[in-house]
Design a protein around this ligand. Structure first.
Ligand code: T5A
Length: 206
């Protein structure tokens, strides 16, 4: 059986950058690594990603948003994540269930019991380690501005929304201290990577 890792954080925290660095480092040590992103990672999931992130005249209401993220998750877990784990691979997810807890639970204010029920249906598996890259909403806004790309529907939410999302992640980390490592995402790319790689290698060696 393989091993599942995930990265979390508010928009622009550096997840995609750190996923790539970790995947390269582990591949270079001879591991077979599969990287996937949520929402997306499957043909169906990429279509759902567009429904969720493209700006539209009729944005989904919070419950519809929750269920669309869950549908994309059910698909990727069944068709990509579990098969890769069964092949003995390391799977690295760019976002997973903690994102729903933080964004739909704290950001949108949906009841946490609903979030956890849907999580049990759509995912049913837990990473061995999750790195929550912790950045303030102000730092996130500066990074996203520096990148100069147009914002998607979720990124267009105000900083107040990201502040609630960050609180959600911190609450989730308190609930799962053995799984979720809180990493200061304002540190340098290299120092964050070194810390995460050391942690990952420790888990793989155990
Ligand atoms: N969502 C998702 C939910 O609401 N519920 C859910 O259940 C799920 C799964 C998905 C959106 O959907 C929401 C959350 C999101 O709003 P996404 O594509 O995962 O969107 O989105 P983002 O988080 O927006 O992805 P980003 O690419 O914007 O952010 P990353 O991946 O965290 O950041 P990254 O690596 O691209 O870096 C951002 C910039 O910062 C620089 C990078 O070079 C880049 O320019 N950077 C650093 N600069 C200085 N120091 C560092 N340490 C740096 N690390 C990165």
């Amino acid at each position: 059986m393989g091993i599942l890792f995930s990265f979390e954080g508010i928009d622009g925290a550096g997840k995609t950058t750190q996923v790539a660095l970790l995947a390269d480092a582990l591949s270079g040590r001879g591991h077979k690594v599969t990287c996937l992103r949520e929402p997306g990672g499957t043909a169906l999931g990429e279509k759902i990603r567009s429904l969720l992130l493209d700006k539209s005249d009729e944005p989904p209401v919070p419950v519809a948003e929750l269920l669309l993220f869950a549908a994309a998750r059910a698909q990727i877990v069944a068709t990509r994540v579990k098969p890769a784990l069964e092949r003995g691979e390391i799977v690295i997810l760019d976002r997973f269930t903690d994102a729903t807890f933080a964004y739909q639970g704290f950001g949108r204010g949906l009841p946490l019991e609903q979030i956890l029920s849907v999580e049990a249906i759509a995912a049913g598996i837990e990473p061995a380690r999750t790195w929550f890259l912790d950045l303030t909403p102000e730092q996130s806004a500066r990074r996203r501005e520096a990148r100069g790309e147009a914002s998607d529907r979720m990124e267009s939410e105000a900083d107040g929304f990201r502040s609630k999302v960050r609180d959600g992640y911190l609450e989730r980390a308190k609930r799962h201290p053995e799984r979720i490592a809180v990493v200061d995402a304002s540190a340098s790319l290299e120092s964050i990577h070194e810390r995460i790689l050391a942690d990952a290698l420790g888990i793989l060696a155990a």
